[in-house]
Design a protein. Structure first.
Length: 280
């Protein structure tokens, strides 16, 4: 009988003690037989390290001296996972809960497809467990935008079946060790947002596919660390990150269009935010 390959689950925490504890409690019910958990604490001041150590003593905890943000913290975890011989690594947001079977589905997906380099689950809103937050990601090099497929849709089986996507959200990505060895770690120059799309793009340029497996399911407390699902902080960060991403990968003729359309798209989003804020 073949042994399940070792998976290292990498979780970044910054002052998210309670959501991280809930995430770890959820992971304690996962049925996959061979995984380790690495939590990277980005210099939290809310007692996170102490709470994690006392509640989950078997979890490997790396405490950083400063906030390395998502990419920097994740890379610290990936380096440790590689040094410990992990065959696959799972990036998982700390503000998630998971289905007990999700990891087995994702591992099987990567094992059964030699071309597959990354796999992602169907992600639902934690506050609305039957409503989809992400069924994979799509890129538009003409508008300079990236979006989650299926966002806000009530799940009715419309995303059944494994399929390729342009990118997977860093909220949850399973990646093969060989892929990380070929494409490297996350690009830490992306201060927040788009580092996941950039990583997936590098994998695709190396000939790997990025897959959505809707049999794997998790639930996401959307943008807890960024001030909510829609905030000016988030919009500004996403705008800057998107411009950097598309500046890196767009063809010269798309440069004539995407910066201006990207500005219009983000201006519309900012206007929606202001309208919604005044209604509260």
């Amino acid at each position: 009988m073949l042994t399940d390959p070792l998976v290292s689950i990498v979780i970044v925490n910054w002052n998210g003690r309670d959501v991280t504890i809930e995430c770890l409690q959820s992971l304690s019910k996962v049925k996959y037989s061979n995984f380790r958990i690495i939590v990277i604490d980005n210099a939290s001041t809310d007692g996170s390290p102490e709470a994690i150590r006392s509640t989950f003593p078997l979890v490997t905890l790396l405490t950083m001296k400063e906030n390395l943000l998502f990419a920097g913290g994740t890379n610290a975890g990936l380096r440790l996972a590689l040094s410990e011989g992990a065959a696959m690594m799972l990036l998982l947001n700390n503000d998630t809960t998971v289905d007990p079977e999700f990891l087995g589905h994702l591992v099987h997906r990567l094992q059964s497809d030699g071309r597959a380099g990354m796999a992602a689950p169907l992600i639902y809103y934690h506050s609305a467990p039957d409503r989809i937050w992400s069924a994979g990601g799509a890129l538009s090099f003409w508008t300079g935008t990236m979006k989650h497929l299926g966002i806000r849709e009530l799940e009715r089986g419309q995303h059944a079946g494994v399929r390729e996507v342009d990118f997977a959200s860093g909220c949850c990505i399973l990646v093969k060790r060989t892929v990380v060895e070929h494409i490297g770690l996350l690009d830490e120059s992306f201060r927040m947002y788009a580092e996941d799309a950039d990583w997936c793009m590098k994998a695709r340029l190396h000939g790997y596919s990025v897959l959505l497996d809707p049999a794997a399911k998790i639930w996401h407390k959307v943008s807890v660390s960024a001030g909510g699902h829609l905030s000016l902080f988030k919009l500004r960060r996403k705008f800057i990150a998107n411009l950097r991403f598309f500046a890196r990968y767009a063809a010269w003729y798309q440069w004539l269009v995407f910066p201006w359309l990207n500005i219009l798209v983000n201006a519309a989003a900012a206007a929606r935010y202001l309208v919604q804020s005044r209604r509260v």
